[in-house]
Design a protein around this ligand. Sequence first.
Ligand SMILES: Cc1ncc(C[n+]2csc(CCOP(=O)(O)OP(=O)(O)O)c2C)c(N)n1
Length: 336
Amino acid sequence: MASQTVTKHRQIGLTDEQVLEMYTIMLKARRYDERALLIQRSGKTAFHISGIGQETAQVAAAFALQKQHDYFCPYYRDYGVVLSAGMTLHELMLLSFVKAEDVNAGRQMPAHFSHRKHHIVTGSSPVSTQVLHAVGIALSAVMDQEDRVAFTSFGEGSSNQGDVHEAFNFAGVFKLPVIFMCENNQYAISIPAHRQVAGRVVDRAAGYGFPGVRVDGNDPLEVYQAVKEARERAVRGAGPTLIEAMLYRISPHSTADDDMIYRTKEEVEYHKEQDGIQKFRAYLLECGVLDEELDRSVNEEVMRELNEATKYADKAPYPSPEDALKHVYAEDGGGI
Ligand SMILES: Cc1ncc(C[n+]2csc(CCOP(=O)(O)OP(=O)(O)O)c2C)c(N)n1
């Protein structure tokens, strides 16, 4: 008989199929990320910003939400969130290569996700703007008397922006159905967390009158449970929740960063050992949801999809200069 530990996902309401899908999406996010980095280094794309080390929390959070119903206001490392919400590797690659067929018609920077069908709200480069957008969306859900929630994520550095505090305050006062998830990956570019925040990010929630929960971001089941409870609170009108997922940013800040200037190789290696995807894989093997053969075929399928997406996006045409003003004015046919 399976032990209590190995059936944890069933105890919190996840089926074997769901956890296998979560694992598959974590792999997609990781492999996409590694590939996007290589493509940038080969000179084919301008920029990449990595979410390596954050996928477990991202996928788990999105799985606790309702696809094409709830709204997602992710931040630039959230490959796991947007893939779980319904974006494909094909779409992510078109965004990386900024090709005409991209959902934004090649007008956005890589990692500035957007997808109307999947309720992924376009982000902007100034950090934390998405947090206010989520609060506005949550307010509209209350006004429309709909049971949808808005989910938003941001880094611990960004949690010091005024936008975040305004968002927390408004959401707390009006008890809005919004879930704030801080992905605390220990650095804001070169600045370590202890030089950014004197206390704990999670404790800030109390000052705004709603609960804060700190979770191990490398444990997807813990993250899933916290977000699920936050969603239940939100839809019953009890207001927002702040979740602080403790993680580590394995990659440099972006392809424009040299992280060895401000941290050591040993520190990064230590955190690689804590990889949430590997831990989840071990859990799935232990409880029999996965075996070596299935794992191999899942990995092969992810690589096949990724290779196809890469090849396609590489060859796809760029937007033409004549189309630069397309989608700017409503007369054009109204939005993308
Ligand atoms: C308002 C604003 N200030 C500064 C920047 C430059 N910038 C981009 S990412 C970043 C670090 C953000 O760190 P954190 O919120 O911890 O997220 P992480 O990148 O570590 O995931 C900064 C300072 C920006 N984009 N917007």
